[in-house]
Design a protein around this ligand. Structure first.
Ligand code: PAF
Length: 296
């Protein structure tokens, strides 16, 4: 019989459970989430299971990474369903703390990763990456895992977490997994539930635009502006508002000017509203050979 799932709400109980699993001889992989789990999260868990004897998942809608007017209150929290999915996926520990547990009274510490947060989502979500880096640091400290698995849909977040772990000398390997998509190309996101059927259809302009950039790059186009405008051409008519479409260096996330030429590897990333839902997506040209449907 496979071992069951344990659910903990306090740091002390969770840390003790992680230590116990390690003492029993099993390595531990960690998958941080905000819940509302979907196939993308389950792919992260599956990767964790490939890399370690046990997997721990955190489910915590982290208040410090939401700005005023963002969707902190309405973010979906289907905890019972999430626990069932974790159980089915063979997760051993779920940590689902309260905000007070993660941010004890009087707390004053934030983790800030500079540079990597200057472009892309950074200017549009002030404080967001400090909130992410802070909570991930706390979760890593509580878990003590050897490996943590993140999705590449949140590409900037992944780079920020990698840098933070390296800079703080945290003994943890950060693994980034490719974005999981619906058959029509839409990237899986817990926020997709906000989309009406009509908005869901319009949102396909995003993977289609990125697909176009991949195709252009594969055909030899190296002008950053041409790649960027190929995405804009498809996304602009479908989006209610566009925060950015940016072509950037894939590691340092420095944006290319439109008249610059990109190398073999470059990030094409965007954030756009469809209705009131903010969607992000990205591809790394030459690395992501597209699962995205080519536009008709
Ligand atoms: O990607 C997410 O779900 C969150 O940003 C994370 C990494 C769990 C931190 O709250």
């Amino acid at each position: 019989m496979s071992p069951g799932l344990e659910v903990m709400t306090t740091v002390a109980a969770y840390r003790a459970a992680c230590e116990r699993l390690r003492a029993e001889g099993g390595s531990l992989a960690f998958v941080p989430t905000m819940g509302a789990l979907h196939r993308g999260h389950l792919a992260l868990v599956a990767e964790g299971r490939r890399r370690a004897a046990n997997v721990a998942v955190s489910i915590f809608v982290n208040p410090t990474q939401f700005g005023p007017g963002e969707d902190f209150q309405k973010y979906p929290r289907p905890l019972e369903r999430d626990l069932e999915l974790c159980r089915e996926a063979g997760v051993r520990l779920v940590f689902t703390p309260s905000p007070e547990e993660m941010y004890p009274r009087g707390e004053r510490t934030r983790v800030h990763v500079s540079g990597l947060t200057d472009a892309l989502c950074g200017p549009f979500r002030p404080g967001h990456f400090d909130g992410v880096a802070t909570v991930v640091t706390k979760l890593f400290a509580a878990t003590g895992a050897a490996v943590a698995v993140f999705g590449r849909k949140d590409y900037q977040q992944l780079q920020v977490v990698r840098r933070m772990a390296a800079d703080l000398l945290l003994p943890i390997e950060i693994v980034g997994l490719p974005t999981v998509r619906e058959a029509d190309g839409l990237a899986l996101s817990s926020r997709n539930v906000y989309l009406s059927p009509e908005e869901r259809q319009r949102a396909l302009a995003i993977p289609n635009g990125l697909s176009q950039a991949l195709a252009l790059h594969a055909a030899g186009e190296r002008r950053a502006g041409a790649l960027r405008h190929a995405v804009l051409e498809l996304v602009e008519p479908a989006a209610t508002r566009i925060d950015y479409v940016t072509v950037a260096e894939a590691d340092e996330l420095r944006p290319y000017a439109d008249d610059a030429r990109v190398g073999e590897r470059a990030l094409v990333a965007l954030a756009a509203y469809v209705g009131t839902t903010r969607l992000i997506d990205n591809v790394v040209v030459s690395e992501d050979n597209s699962p995205i449907r080519t536009p008709p």
